[in-house]
Ligand binder design. Sequence first.
Ligand SMILES: C[S@@+](CC[C@H](N)C(=O)[O-])C[C@H]1O[C@@H](n2cnc3c(N)ncnc32)[C@H](O)[C@@H]1O
Length: 223
Amino acid sequence: MPTYAVRGPLVRWLTDEAKRAHTDLGRYRVLDVGCGVKPYEPLFARYSEEYVGVDPVDNPLAELRGSVESLPVADGSFDLVLCNQVLEHCNDPVLGVHELNRVTAPGGRVLASTHGVMPYHPAPTDYWRWTHSGLAKLFWDNGAWSSVRVTPASGTTACLGMVFSLYLDLALRRARVGWIARPIVTGVNHLAEAVDARSARLREPAQPGTLFANFHVVAEVPK
Ligand SMILES: C[S@@+](CC[C@H](N)C(=O)[O-])C[C@H]1O[C@@H](n2cnc3c(N)ncnc32)[C@H](O)[C@@H]1O
């Protein structure tokens, strides 16, 4: 998959966070903001007592209709609030982060992810990209958080490999020989992961020159 640098780490991270939240919070209520096709619901199923999806578009899988900037739920009503691959699409990320904070229960947490680098992909719009420090600032400046942790999903080589793979895949599919891309993309993904694993300079966000496809945010609300 050309977007493996985003999707692979995202699933691993949410799998770990689903379990960690259960250890810390017991059975919890989940709000999935910008839920799309709810691809992460199975990861939370065994730990959650409620899983509610909200989306601003006409989405038959969403229980609620609304945007991250104006969530149709009460203050502090969910223990775990997911907002994955959504902030880049919203009109007002400042307002969105305030809302994520407002709807999270005391002691609960937000699990958000969004892009550092990605080609333009409207859903239905596409406005924003971040660095790790810009994303940390966005959260700290907007809402009362007891902690905010931002980590890159994968390294610099994985990001460069993803961009190469996306355009290779596109070009070969347009030429109706998309099958040729699959083994090349798999090889690029493995090689990139191995290169990043060997070099902290390619992985650590504080290093000048790094480039990241995606970031994961864990933002906790005070008890
Ligand atoms: C790239 S999809 C991600 C879907 C899902 N969260 C995932 O990770 O697969 C972006 C989602 O955000 C939703 N969306 C777009 N603008 C939004 C907004 N302002 N507030 C909440 N969701 C929004 C879209 O309708 C879509 O479901």
